[in-house]
Structures are given as C-alpha cells and as structure tokens.
Design a binder for this molecule. Structure first.
Ligand SMILES: Nc1ncnc2c1ncn2[C@@H]1O[C@H](COP(=O)(O)OP(=O)(O)OP(=O)(O)O)[C@@H](O)[C@H]1O
Ligand SMILES: [Mg+2]
Length: 517
C-alpha cells in the first residue's frame, strides 16, 4: 500500500489515545449503519491540504437501523411468487438464477422474497459464497446442509454433535450415511468409520455428500416446502459450481426452490455449466436498473427528493440503488462531485482483475470520457487496430448502438472511479496524447485536454477554441472558454487576445483581434 491511505492511517493511529479507535470520514460513512461514532474534530495532517475529520468509535449500534422500504421490482416479485406457489402446489421445485451488476438489488430482492416465502409456509435456508477470509469460495453446500439440519455455521461442536444425533434418531439421515454426515458437518470420523472414510477419493466423498444433501432435502421438504438461497456465485470455485449443477438436476423431485445470485461480471454459469443441467428447469432473471420513479421513491426516504441535489444523484446513479444510496449519503457535505469510497473500491476490485494491457486501455478510455471513439482510444494506446473487445466482454464498456466507432462506459460512475485511480503523471501524459488526437478534429476538446495535461499551451488553445465557437455563433460556449483561458493565461499576449475576445462580446465579428499574436 502506498499513498494517502497509509499516511492517514498512521496519523490516526498516532493520534488515538490508549484504548481508543479513530477512523477517517470515509470509514465512518461506510460503517454508519453498524457503529456509533462521535466527532473527534479535524486533524491537521502533513501531506493533506485540508484538515481531516476524524471520528471516535463508541461501539456497536444496539439495533441495526431499520431497513428502508422496498421499492419497485413488481415484475420480478410477481414471477418469483408465482414460482413459489407452483412449487407448493405441484410438489416440484426448480432453480432460479438471478443476475445483475453489483449493487443493483439482488440481495434485497431475495430478502423480500424470503419474507413472502416464510409468510406462505416455506422454510428458508441460505448460504453465501465468500471472497475473503474463512471458507473462501467453498462451503455453500455445507452451509445449506447445516441450516437444513438446524445447526448454524457459528454453532459450537456440541451443538453440531447434537444436531447430527437428532438427524440420525429422527430418520432424516440414515445410519449408513453417518460417514457423509460427519463430512458435511466437519465432525471428526469415529474410529470405526475412519478407515472407510480414508479409503475414499475426493470424488466419492463429494458425490456422497451431495447425495446426502439431496436425501435430507427430500425428507425435510416433506415437513414444509423449502427455499434455498446461494448468493454471490461470482466468487464460487469449480467444486461449488459442480455441486450446484448437480443439485439443480434433482430440484424437480422435491417441493423446494433453489435461488442463486451472481454479478453479471464474473457470471460463472457458462455454456459448460448449463450443458451439465440441460433438461432441468432453470429460470434466469436479469435484474436491471431501477426506473427513475422508483429511484426517486428510494431517494425520498433518505432526503427530500425534490431537491436539485437528490435529482442529480438519481440521474448520476442511473438506476443502481447502491450507487444512489452512497451518493445520497454525501448529502451532508458539498462533495457531490466525488465518487464515494464504496463505489471506488468496487471498481478498484474490477480493475485489479484485469491484465496489464486491459488496465492501460480502460484507464486511457476513462481519460477520453464517458463516451469515446474507438479510434481515439487506439491512438492513445498507440495500437492502431485496437478494438476494446475485452473491455466489452468484461462489461466495463459497451458499443454505442447507433454508431460504429463509438463506445460508452457502462456506468458514468465507473468511468469517474477509474479516472480517479490514475496517477497524476499518467493522467497528464494521456491527456496530452488526447489533445494531439483532437488537434485537427475538435479545438474545444483539444483545449480541455491540454488544460488537464497542465500544458502551458492550454490558454492559447482555449483562445483558438473560443474563436471556433464564436464563428459558429455559440456565444455562451465561447465566453466560457475565454473565461477558462483567462484563468490559465500567464502569457501577456494570450491575456490580451482573450480579454480582447471577451470585451468584444465574443461573436463572429471579433476576428479582428485574432491577428494580434
Ligand atoms: N428495490 C429496492 N428497494 C429499496 N432498496 C433497495 C432495493 N434494491 C436495492 N436496494 C438497496 O440498495 C443497496 C444495494 O442492494 P443489494 O445489496 O441488494 O445489491 P446486490 O445486487 O446484492 O449487490 P452485490 O452484487 O454487491 O451483492 C442496499 O442498501 C439495498 O438495501
Ligand atoms: Mg448481494
């Protein structure tokens, strides 16, 4: 780690008293739902231009803040409720796969459907595939099995032993299956079973485990229909994916639904996976952006949504409820232009997964803006036949439907966040290249890129750009360019020409001034 984060962390650590925890404003904001904080004032920290606000941790919030009301998603809810009803009536289940970009509301939709399922007599069991820490990418099946047997992931060994004994005595698990039951529950094999277990290869163990899960599900779903949820398949490893494929092929045998979720980027249910389950019922639901009215309803819960700020956030979030929530959390400050830290880290995670060439390409594209020409990007990368195919397949950019050489970032906030990751020197270099590209194509964009490249020619370029706008009778735009040029101009002659252009009211008739340099 390098940069401000390290500096800030070490200064906060040094400032904290014994037994005290200080956090930065970003950290406090990200954890506002879970913890109580008290303002610890502003600290002057070397390397930071402005004083930095720090927060002292008081403790956990006694109760999690009431969840905000659920909005929209009527079609998805209706479809899912229909599947629940069909499952209960026919006694046959199936698998439903819910996909969508990060923060679009997959988990929230599942919570809603779990609530409705519980109301209509389903028992719910859920498992998470984790990307970090214990059980990374695995153990989703174990978590489901534990939940079906009434022992939670956090239960201690005695509780797990008791759960196993209950499963055996009630007949939910047959005595012959003890070895697999122990395996599923991570219990040590007793001496009499150890040789049998040790003689098995991993394939046999995994098959045995899965067959046992199916039998448990069969018996348990006779007591009450079941809703099984496995979230975040984008982090699942091959073993979990294989187990879920097998489970999908048997779901029709019981009154139970299996719902799985994944982000679209990194969706692991490819053709091979789908071929494994061919013949089994599998419904895929793509969760798209919230329509503007629903997004406004969500914003209203947080702040008075009729303010200009709320409306700007709704627009900027483009239907992503997580982005909207994060943007609105900045409502107390005048930081409306910054990309919130949580979005920044989501995007950073995606960039980290790119190889070097794709990373360079996506950063160069970010310098060009939310919408960019493929040929301009190729020029910046110095690869004339470059086409951003891999960025498209990674769902970072998409082709413009109407024009061939034009591409768009899938989300404006993603472009902003990528732009923010660029080091200043690299950013300047890329803006310089972009200015070259626009030199005989677009004087306004040339000037703006030179400006961001901190090039001394920028003032002059604004002069040229203002003139080009003036000749096309775009006075307002020309005036803005002159103003920006004036703030940059250090050269007396540039100042003179710009002032002259401004003084004459910036229109087509001012060209008389232009010969002065
Ligand atoms: N329909 C909705 N009504 C109200 N709030 C919503 C809705 N959808 C999402 N949200 C809120 O938006 C945020 C992000 O939603 P959620 O966690 O469900 O996204 P996700 O698709 O599961 O993202 P990830 O891929 O990161 O798991 C949450 O705070 C959630 O409560
Ligand atoms: Mg989620």
């Amino acid at each position: 780690m390098t940069g401000d984060t390290v500096n800030l962390a070490s200064r906060l650590t040094a400032t904290a008293e014994q037994g005290e925890i200080l956090a930065s404003d970003d950290t406090r904001r990200a954890l506002a739902d879970r913890f109580e904080w008290v303002d610890a004032g502003a600290l002057d920290i070397k390397g930071f231009a402005e004083p930095v606000r720090a927060w002292r941790l008081l403790g956990l919030r006694p109760v999690a803040r009431e969840q905000r009301p659920f909005v929209g998603r009527h079609a998805e809810l209706r479809l899912l409720q229909g599947e629940l009803a069909a499952c209960r009536e026919t006694g046959c289940g199936q698998t439903i796969f819910i996909r969508g970009e990060a923060g679009i509301g997959k988990t929230r939709l599942i919570e809603e459907i779990q609530r409705k399922a519980t109301e209509s007599g389903f028992a719910c069991h859920s498992a998470l595939v984790l990307d970090f820490g214990g059980g990374v990418g695995r153990d989703a099946i174990r978590a489901l099995a534990r939940s079906l047997l009434g022992v939670e992931v956090t239960s201690n060994t005695e509780v797990v032993h008791a759960g196993a004994a209950r499963a055996l005595s009630s007949g939910v698990v047959a005595g012959d299956d003890s070895v697999f039951l122990n395996d599923l529950l991570n219990l040590p094999q007793p001496p009499e079973l150890r040789p049998i277990y040790e003689a098995m290869d991993t394939g046999t163990r995994s098959r045995g485990q899965l067959d046992l899960v199916a039998r448990i599900l069969h018996r348990k779903s006779q007591q009450a229909p079941r809703l099984l949820v496995v979230e975040d398949l984008h982090w699942a490893d091959q073993l979990v994916l294989m187990q879920l494929a097998k489970l999908t092929t048997v779901m029709a045998q019981f009154p139970a639904l299996l719902i799985m979720t994944s982000r679209i980027e990194g969706d692991p249910l490819d053709e091979t996976w789908r071929a494994q389950v061919s013949g089994a019922a599998l419904t895929t639901i793509d969760v798209g952006p919230l329509p503007a009215d629903d997004a406004r309803a969500l914003a209203e819960v947080l702040i008075a949504a009729n303010t200009g700020f709320a409306e700007r956030c709704v627009e900027r979030a483009a239907g992503n409820p997580l982005f909207l929530d994060q943007l609105l959390r900045h409502a107390d400050e005048s930081q409306a232009v910054a990309v919130p830290g949580s979005i920044q880290s989501l995007v950073q995670e995606r960039i980290d997964r790119l190889d070097w060439a794709d990373k360079m390409a996506v950063q160069a594209a970010a310098v060009l803006g939310q919408r960019f020409a493929g040929s301009a990007l190729a020029y910046l990368l110095d690869k004339l036949d470059y086409v951003p195919e891999r960025l498209i397949s990674r769902l970072l950019v998409r082709p413009h439907l109407a024009s061939e050489d034009v591409f768009l970032f899938v989300h404006a906030l993603i472009r902003d966040a990528i732009y923010d990751t660029l080091l200043r020197s690299r950013r300047r270099e890329l803006h310089q290249r972009a200015a070259e590209w626009y030199a005989d194509r677009d004087p306004v964009l040339r000037a703006e890129h030179l400006d961001r490249a901190e090039d001394p020619e920028a003032a002059q370029a604004y002069l040229a750009a203002a003139r080009s706008q003036a000749t096309e009778y775009r006075q307002e735009a020309a005036l803005q360019l002159v103003e920006r040029g004036l703030t940059l101009a250090s050269d007396r002659i540039d100042c003179f020409s710009l002032t002259c252009l401004k003084g004459k009211g910036v229109d087509g008739r001012t060209r008389a001034c232009s010969g002065s340099r």
